[in-house]
Design a protein around this ligand. Structure first.
Ligand code: GLA
Length: 737
């Protein structure tokens, strides 16, 4: 049993693989947090309360006297509301008919559920024992339900909140966050992720000052500027050592996550749906559910925290139909021909990769309506007779005859003003009446908060999927939401827009992704503009960035892997000079870096050399041979090109019998240092064979030697030449005994 309640002390103990989460109901009836960290026993933690007694705190421990003052400001909270002496960030605020925003939610009852209740309308983790804690407002009939889910085999705890209006009046939610957690200590560092187009995934580590630091998205797309993720880490925490406490929201629209260092030695983490430009009318009898937050803890550093997330998402989040299975290995038409995807240009590209092991051809943007460039046609999901006079069938048959599967690109949520759809339904685009909507990439966003708009999208996309033998879909989303107004909503509900956008998106996904269960869906958003756990719930892989430059990819994929498993990170080998940076990197380097994820190719194969074409065959075979590591291995990050001239990671199988080390020296320098890298995660006592394909290297070493003595990156090529810039070194490691 993972959840235990002690009726005498009123303490709850929630236990995951290596974690304990403890809180108790204090004398006021308020749920107070005691501990989240490395697994401990079911001790009575009331003794820690003494340290928490402030000038005005109410005591939870018998014998202490209630000072009658500002108690809530020193409580370590499981929920937090404003107006009762709490001055830190609150997790809930309600505007009541009288104008009052005062509530006081106290323990009423609880249930321990072996079946995790589904979260209606939103993705969430599957399974896990769940505690439902019900709190009642002292001042009204409002209820709050706090949900906590733990798992035996991963060190995460899922949290979310439901607000139930049992009064007979409407109330307005001004804020409804998913969780609040007060962590011991006021000297943590905060780890967040900065995103921008073509340079997503940059980790940022900063010491926390007193006050509030937050990441905050207002674009209704989760990773345009930040990620819905942060980690509180110890001052001395590294990749391998020290405490790391992560939070990641299963949400795709506008959110905020906050870290607040208080004055009593605690740091508060809280957040959820962004309450900037958010209100929600909660009618009598209605319930509002927040998205789920996934909290992870590891004492094995940032890397340990990442591995907890990777395991948790592979086991309990990613679509069970596709997780743990080889992903399609694609050739994508975008960087090959961009909008010029005519059969006469595509057929030679397909011919070239025949027999290489590439198993899926993806027809990207440009196949429909008048979409010959980004100016027109978006939203008109009919095959262009101009480009495909005989429909898609001949190309699809050609691809299938070549032994490959067929994939296709959609951008279901968008429309070009120059399109038949927009001309027929200008009011379907998100806009304020009598104003011109803001255009980005020459397109506007469809109002998917509306059921009629969603019905159109589902039918238009389904028709193509029904009428053609399609095995794979790339679902794009190339701009942010603006105007934030739905013509279908009354004035009082306009600030519900962004959350309703998320709910509309999940409805579309339910109907399209789950409506075509044989099709493999990839998520995309102008590169990595919407890379979050909710998207991952539907899409087993997500295009991480429009930047396919191998050097940039070492950074983008490094940062993305902080929270997401390698199998979720879509990575392609492209042509050089690279289209985004004009940088030239070796062909092998591009493939080696693209092999640290769900791999594929995105280039005009008619323009590569016969040697490169031969290399593709070897690369595909090597990838398939080690793909199990990408699918369910443990990732250890060793070096990154943010901090050094090197990139290095180890990916190890769970049983430690097999590993791959990928390293890169970014810039080649004459007379360079004798660089060693130190792989991680091996069995110290086992004997391994270590091979490097380029150098004909074959060593027999113990795991202990590999990890502690390290592996040497050669200074020259096997032919004795200077290796040039961006040279990768891949070590294939197999256990001998
Ligand atoms: C976005 C995607 C690209 C490509 C184009 C097509 O930018 O990230 O991969 O699909 O759209 O317009």
């Amino acid at each position: 049993m993972a959840i235990y309640f002690n009726p005498e002390t009123k303490f709850f103990y929630l236990e995951g693989k290596n974690i304990s989460y403890v809180f108790g109901i204090n004398r006021t009836g308020f749920p107070e947090h005691y501990y989240f960290g490395t697994r401990i026993g079911r001790d009575d933690l009331a003794y820690t309360y003494e340290a928490n007694i402030g000038d005005s705190a109410e005591a939870a421990v018998p014998g202490k006297v209630h000072a009658g003052g500002l108690s809530y400001n020193v409580y370590r909270s499981e929920i937090s509301f404003f107006g009762n002496g709490e001055f830190r960030e609150c997790s809930i605020q309600l505007l009541q008919k009288s104008g009052s925003r005062l509530n006081e939610f106290l323990y009423e009852t609880h249930e321990i559920l072996s079946e995790k209740p589904a979260l209606a309308g939103m993705p969430s983790m599957r399974g896990g024992e769940t505690l439902k804690l019900t709190l009642k407002d002292k001042l009204s009939e409002m209820r709050v339900h706090l949900f906590y889910t733990v798992y035996d085999d991963v060190s995460v705890i899922c949290r979310r909140m439901e607000v139930e209006n049992r009064t007979d009046e409407d109330v307005k939610l001004l804020r409804a966050y998913s969780f609040v957690l007060d962590v011991v200590g006021s000297d943590h560092d905060l780890l967040t992720i900065e995103n921008a187009w073509a340079r997503e995934g940059k980790p940022e580590r900063t010491p926390l000052p007193h006050g509030i630091v937050c990441v905050d998205e207002k674009s209704a797309s989760s990773t345009r500027r930040h990620s819905p993720a942060m980690a509180l880490i110890g001052k001395h925490t590294t990749e391998d050592f020290g405490s790391a406490l992560g939070v990641n929201l299963i949400y795709s629209a506008s959110y905020t996550l906050k870290a607040e260092v208080g004055t009593k030695g605690y740091t508060r983490l809280t957040g959820g749906i962004n309450d900037f430009d958010f209100t929600w009318e909660l009618g009598a009898g209605e319930t509002f559910a927040t998205p789920e937050a996934v909290l992870a803890y590891s004492a094995e550093g940032i890397g340990g925290m990442s591995r907890e997330y990777h395991d948790a998402y592979r086991k309990y989040l990613i679509n069970e139909r596709f997780v743990n299975k080889p992903h399609p290995l694609v050739i994508n038409s975008w960087e090959a021909v961009y909008f010029g995807c005519t059969p006469d240009r595509l057929i030679p590209i397909i011919d070239k990769v025949r027999g290489t092991g590439i198993d899926t051809f993806v027809l990207d943007d440009g196949w429909f309506g008048s979409r010959r460039n980004d100016r027109s046609g978006l939203g008109d999901w009919t095959v262009s007779p101009e480009v495909f006079p005989d429909g898609l069938k001949p190309v699809i048959d050609y691809v299938h005859d070549a032994g490959m599967k067929f994939g296709i690109w959609f951008e279901p949520e968008m429309v070009n003003p120059d399109s038949d759809l927009y001309r027929a339904h200008p009011d379907w685009a998100i806009s304020v009446p009598d104003t011109t909507p803001c255009v980005s990439r020459r397109q506007v966003v469809l109002d998917i908060t509306r059921a009629d708009v969603r019905d159109y999208i589902v039918e238009a996309v389904s028709k193509i999927l029904r009428e053609n033998e399609i095995d794979y879909v790339k679902w794009d989303f190339n701009r942010a939401v603006t105007e934030n107004f739905s013509r279908a909503l009354p004035a009082g509900k306009q600030q519900e827009m962004h959350h309703r956008y998320a709910l509309g998106l999940y409805d579309l996904c339910e109907r399209l992704v789950n409506g075509f269960p044989h099709i493999f869906f990839e998520g995309c958003a102008g590169g990595g503009g919407r890379f979050d756990p909710a998207i991952l719930y539907y899409f087993p892989q997500i295009w991480a960035s429009d930047d396919t430059d191998a050097y940039m990819r070492t950074q983008i994929q490094y940062g993305t892997s902080l929270f997401y498993p390698l199998s979720a990170i879509s990575c392609h080998t492209s042509i050089c000079p690279n289209h985004q940076t004009e940088r030239t990197t070796p062909f092998t380097t591009r493939a080696d870096i693209a092999h640290l994820g769900a791999t594929g190719y995105e280039l005009d194969t008619t323009k590569i050399t016969p040697e490169e074409l031969e290399e593709i065959k070897t690369q595909v075979a090597e990838y398939r041979d080690m793909e199990d590591l990408v699918l369910y291995g443990d990732l250890y990050r060793m070096e990154n090109t943010f901090d050094s001239n090197y990139f290095a990671v180890t990916v190890v199988s769970k049983d430690k019998s097999k590993a791959k080390v990928t390293a890169m020296r970014a810039l080649c320098r004459p007379n360079d240092e004798h660089k060693r890298i130190f792989p991680r995660g091996l069995d110290a006592d086992a004997l391994y064979e270590v091979k490097n394909r380029d150098y004909g290297l074959c060593l027999h070493l113990t795991g202990a030697a590999i990890m502690n003595v390290g592996l040497v990156l050669p200074l020259k090529t096997a032919e004795g030449k200077m290796p040039g810039d961006f040279k990768t070194f891949v070590f294939d490691i197999r256990m001998e005994r």
